[in-house]
Design a protein around this ligand. Structure first.
Ligand code: NAD
Length: 353
């Protein structure tokens, strides 16, 4: 373990000392939120882009480290927001230095790398949390609550964006669909028994840009997931088709609507139909907590010793295993069924629906 972790215990009187490695798109948000979190000292930021790193450090009045290794002796924990292909090498260095790690999603670019991160966290006795931020989205939390009392028949996740130059070191499955894979594994409540997927790519990308997958869970729930980097509108939604309702969660607008089919006529005293109600829509209250704020607060509490990460390395590895199968199928059209899936160790974990 790093001396930084043991010499100054993180008690309420000693803020958790945190650094951010990689201050591009996502790292900027980590830096902003960490700079405002209670009982956290944002020690510094690191980026190989010196201008960006210096600008960010000066904006938040913290130190800049061109080489992130120099930051590791000074912190208890880091947020790693470098491109996915570097998650493994950067994450391993941090864990080996005894520093707690929140690594952005996906946990790593492939399963072997993800497994070694999970093992390194166990060996170093460090927290490894993975940035599956939608778990902390108030709309997902409420959706999860609503579905506890519903009989779910089918789940439908859509995550679509216009083309952009970001995150082009992985396919749309590892960049976008991985969020919904994690959420649906959490919601479905049974092992995955069947899987099919197909995809396409735009002319200017070497990776899949549009992928649709269909999952069959052992309890009969079916799920479709679509992720796209080539859609001219941003969409982030999950719909749950239930025996007695349709619940729609919109993660962009932080909104949950529950639709129920009811029919009622309102009559006048002389028997004339005044109006007819064909359906009912309930709007569920959701808090306006910023998901990243909730995610980082949870991480800090885990580092302080009070909580276990709700998305630790093992859960993220499970999502990555399923994502890799979907990616492989979408590329070569292979079909996967129960026994093959059982061998991968993929199962969903949470509520029975
Ligand atoms: N949770 C989410 O919703 C979400 C959203 C966007 C991105 N991400 C994830 O965040 C990660 C970063 O994505 P991004 O869009 O911010 O990428 P980005 O390219 O904008 O930023 C990455 C930064 O890392 C820096 N970097 C590269 N190598 C480095 C090194 N060795 N040391 C320090 N800095 C280094 C780059 O210079 C760059 O500034 C990816 O894994 C991505 O999947 C997650």
């Amino acid at each position: 373990m790093n001396g930084a972790n043991t010499e100054v215990p993180a008690t309420p009187s000693h803020p958790i000392r945190v650094g951010v490695i990689g201050v591009g798109n996502m790292g900027q948000h980590h830096t902003r939120v960490l700079s405002r979190l209670k009982n956290v000292e944002l020690v510094g930021v690191s980026d190989v882009n010196i201008e960006l790193g210096l600008d960010t450090a000066s904006k938040y009045r913290v130190r800049f480290f061109e080489d992130y290794h120099s930051l590791l002796d000074l912190v208890d924990a880091v947020c790693v927001a470098v491109p996915t292909r570097l998650h493994h090498s950067v994450g391993m260095s941090c864990l080996r230095a005894g520093v707690h790690v929140l690594i952005e999603k996906p946990i790593a670019a492939n399963i072997v790398e993800a497994e070694s991160l999970v093992n390194a966290a166990a060996e170093s006795n460090c927290i490894l949390q993975v940035g599956h931020i939608e778990r902390f989205n108030p709309a997902f939390k409420e959706l999860h609550n609503v579905l506890r009392t519903e009989e779910v028949l089918a789940l439908e996740a859509r995550r679509m964006s216009p083309y952009s130059d970001r995150a082009n070191d992985v396919s749309v499955v590892l960049d976008l669909m991985i969020h919904d894979i994690d959420l649906l594994l959490e919601l479905a409540g049974a092992p995955v028994a069947k899987l099919s997927a197909s995809g396409s790519r735009s002319a200017n990308s070497g990776y899949l840009d549009y992928v649709t997958a269909t999952l069959g869970f052992a309890n009969g729930v079916v799920a479709t997931l679509t992720a796209s980097k080539v859609t001219h509108r941003k969409i982030r939604s999950i719909a749950a088709h239930c025996r007695n309702s349709l619940t729609e969660a919109d993660f962009l607008n932080n909104e949950i609507l529950i639709h129920r089919q009811t029919t009622a006529n309102t009559m006048t005293s002389y028997g004339q139909v005044l109006y007819r109600q064909d359906g009912l829509i309930e709007k569920v209250y959701t808090s306006n907590t910023e998901p990243l704020h909730a995610e980082l607060e949870h991480f800090v509490n885990c580092v302080r010793g009070g909580e276990k990460p709700s998305v630790g390395g093992e859960q993220a590895l499970k999502a990555l295993r399923l994502a890799s199968l979907i990616e492989q199928m979408a590329l070569d059209g292979t079909a996967w069924h129960g026994e093959d899936l059982a061998a991968t160790g993929i199962e969903s974990t949470a509520i029975a629906v």
